[in-house]
Design a binder for this molecule. Structure first.
Ligand SMILES: Cc1cc2nc3c(=O)[nH]c(=O)nc-3n(C[C@H](O)[C@H](O)[C@H](O)COP(=O)(O)OP(=O)(O)OC[C@H]3O[C@@H](n4cnc5c(N)ncnc54)[C@H](O)[C@@H]3O)c2cc1C
Length: 388
């Protein structure tokens, strides 16, 4: 079975009928690369908690974050759903690698949309090509879902610098990033400021261990009278919170894609195992109850994939995509948990063991229902549309 699935290929063909052959060839070859180069280390990365820098560099060399950006920024100028299809493939191979890339991609998106030409030249080119790595700093100890409650503060001082004080919590790529896209309170509301990692007064906390995505780096960030030039303000002072919301809408499509990839990996392992394992003189795959579960897994994955690629199409066409992104994230992330749960169940006792390497997918999927806005916050946003 090719790593790039038939279902992905059919959707891409129908989204882009005129370029179907070209895009499918590209994605098939990206899938082959991911299967050969990324998949084999995924288990060790999880077991040993290794930051997947090597994987990320290999993927950057293939061209990945630069897929949807214009060529004058060293982008590939391809449609956004192609990036999302690649994200699904990386998620299927190694979710720790995919989450680190997804967060990096969210920063690239924000810098592209809200940064100026100088920032594009100075920072964005290096980021989309993977020469530099980014982190997204929004969450604080008392400001998660309620991000407006942040207390990190930035003041423009008389020397033309933003002076930042405060701390952030649960930041992916922390300690590994070159640039931090930091949100802070200012005299005009909120601002987004780019902080380079070598800035004096800036530090990160210790590594936070977690149930899944064990290769990704998670730490807090501390700002103790950190001074960055006023030119590092992204967009307008006062608009920072709006930028965060818009970046998260885009990020949610990547989280949905990653979840579809995780679920696809669990499904494929389950199909293989159920054709091998015997009970009562039959293969598990011959039991109707097993088949019904597999049918539900396939149907849910297909549904989530359609929602995700559709949200990506809207984003790429610069149409409103916020609600569709939240719906895709809500459905795909909860779906991935259901699919991984079936996968463990069909693997029986073996599924519960480390040896089977099936519960890794459930552990990885769980974060997807929390990060970049919890499932409950997705419900708040989506239902808000119904009652506006
Ligand atoms: C592995 C990992 C990686 C992360 N990476 C990043 C990162 O790179 N950058 C970053 O800024 N943050 C990051 N985060 C933080 C993440 O975005 C937050 O954890 C998440 O938004 C939830 O916030 P919280 O943990 O404070 O939960 P809380 O906001 O305290 O929520 C607790 C519970 O209450 C529910 N709840 C809250 N408000 C409502 C409401 N209005 N209605 C109904 N239910 C509600 C929530 O859904 C949740 O179930 C990461 C977190 C983890 C675990």
């Amino acid at each position: 079975m090719p790593f790039y699935t038939e279902d992905q290929s059919k959707i891409i063909s129908n989204l882009f009928p005129e370029r179907a052959e070209e895009y499918n060839q590209l994605l098939e070859s990206f899938g082959d690369f991911v299967e050969k180069e990324i998949l084999p280390t995924a288990r060790t990365i999880d077991k040993q908690g290794i930051f997947p820098k090597e994987n990320m560099d290999k993927i950057f060399r293939q061209g990945f974050t630069n897929i949807p950006y214009p060529q004058d920024l060293e982008g590939l100028g391809l449609p956004y759903p192609i990036y999302i299809a690649c994200m699904e493939l990386v998620g299927k191979a190694c979710a720790s690698t995919a989450i680190s890339l997804a967060i990096h991609g969210t920063v690239c998106d924000g810098l592209y949309r809200f940064g100026n030409r100088e920032q594009h030249e100075k920072y964005l080119k290096d980021l989309i090509t993977g020469r530099k790595l980014a982190a997204f700093g929004l969450t604080e100890s008392n400001a998660g879902s309620d991000a407006r409650a942040m207390t990190t503060q930035a003041i423009l001082d008389s020397s033309g610098h933003w002076k930042i004080n405060g701390s952030k919590m649960y930041i992916t790529n922390s300690a590994k990033a070159d640039y931090y896209f930091v949100f802070a309170k200012t005299d005009k509301g909120y601002a987004a400021i780019l902080v380079p990692n070598e800035t004096q007064g800036f530090s990160w906390g210790s590594n936070i261990t977690k149930m899944g995505l064990r290769g990704s780096s998670l730490m807090g960030l501390n700002f103790d009278n950190v001074l960055v030039p006023k030119e590092n303000l992204v967009g307008e002072n006062g608009e920072g919170f709006e930028y965060a919301k818009k970046m998260l809408f885009g990020g949610r499509i990547t989280i949905a894609a990653l979840s579809v990839g995780i679920a696809q990996a669990a499904l494929e392992k389950t199909i293989t195992y159920s054709k091998e394992r015997e009970a009562f003189g039959k293969h598990l795959s011959e039991f109707e109850i097993t088949r019904a579960k597999v049918a539900d897994m396939m149907t849910e994955i297909h549904g989530a994939r359609l929602m995700t690629y559709y949200a990506a199409l809207l984003k790429g066409r610069e149409q409103d995509f916020g609600i569709e992104a939240c719906e895709a994230k809500l459905y795909a992330t909860e779906m991935a948990l259901r699919v991984c749960n079936h996968a463990i169940q069909i693997h029986g006792g073996y599924g519960y063991t480390d040896e089977a390497d099936v519960h890794r997918h459930w552990r990885d999927a769980k974060l997807m229902t929390i990060g970049e806005g919890t499932s409950e916050i997705m419900q708040v946003i989506i239902s808000g549309k119904a009652f506006e």
